[in-house]
Design a protein around this ligand. Structure first.
Ligand SMILES: [Mg+2]
Length: 256
């Protein structure tokens, strides 16, 4: 069902329409999945989890579930930053019966390692090089912690591509709330109709942008679709595009 609409969308010309392009960072350009796994492997060996009989996969599976749930609660304002950082490890320890490690200490080690990992989503540099050469103005809108997101951008070499970076912690409103899109559009001196949001998360990036009133492209990694999203796609069908890889955007964003 999710691709029926895609062919229709691609018949809509995008040429020359957009001047300001807003990218999500994690899993859209910076390969969060791979980078966080590498950082977690380093963290587990530092804290000698293997000596406690805990393997990487069982730890990471449990951590990912708790982390995701807590991020939803953080977005909804139910937990604050410090609680999120502590609870994602504390809940994992509890589930796996791990004792004797301070969850905040492990969180600190992990967060120190993670942003220095450099794996990018395939095609990221090629696309950004191309868009820069064509005169597009590029921006980041990301949910996350300021110090972490800036380190990722700098360590991975992405930062020079972007005119401005908008981080939810600074703006005090995370995607999908309209406030962060509004703030970004105004600061970028952009018009809604000339702006395009590109991201991997249907609910946060795509519906956030569409509900605010800017067009959006979902970079579909094939694992994030929700029923709620599919149901809303019809409503926005001429405002919304799906690609399977970043490089597909090169031909879609070719100025006429
Ligand atoms: Mg993302």
């Amino acid at each position: 069902m999710k691709y029926e609409i895609q062919r229709e969308i691609f018949s809509t010309p995008m040429k020359k329409k957009y001047t300001h392009i807003f990218f999500d960072l994690d899993n859209t350009l910076w390969d969060f999945e791979q980078n966080s796994q590498i950082a977690m492997q380093k963290t587990l060996s530092h804290f000698k989890l293997n000596e406690k009989g805990i393997g990487f996969e069982s730890f990471y599976d449990s951590y990912s579930i708790h982390n995701k749930k807590l991020w939803c609660e953080y977005r909804d304002g139910k937990v604050v930053k410090k609680e999120l950082k502590e609870l994602r490890f504390e809940q994992t320890f509890k589930e796996l019966g791990i004792t004797g490690i301070d969850p905040l200490e492990m969180n600190l080690f992990y967060l120190t390692e993670m942003p220095f990992q450099k794996k990018l989503v395939e095609g990221a540099v090629e696309l950004l090089d191309y868009l820069t050469s064509k005169g597009y103005q590029l921006f980041i809108i990301t949910n996350g912690f300021r110090e972490v997101q800036y380190k990722k951008l700098e360590a991975s070499g992405l930062k020079p591509f972007f005119t401005k970076v908008f981080i939810s912690e600074d703006v005090k409103a995370p995607k999908p709330s309209p406030e962060i899109f509004e703030y970004a559009i105004k600061s970028a001196n952009a018009r809604k109709k000339s702006s395009l949001m590109i991201g991997d998360d249907p609910d946060v990036d795509i519906l956030g942008a569409l509900n605010f009133g800017i067009d959006a492209v979902l970079v579909d990694s094939g694992k994030h679709h929700t029923g709620r999203f599919t149901a809303q796609m019809n409503f926005f069908k001429d405002k919304f595009y799906v690609v399977n890889s970043l490089l597909e955007l090169v031909s879609l964003l070719t100025p006429g």
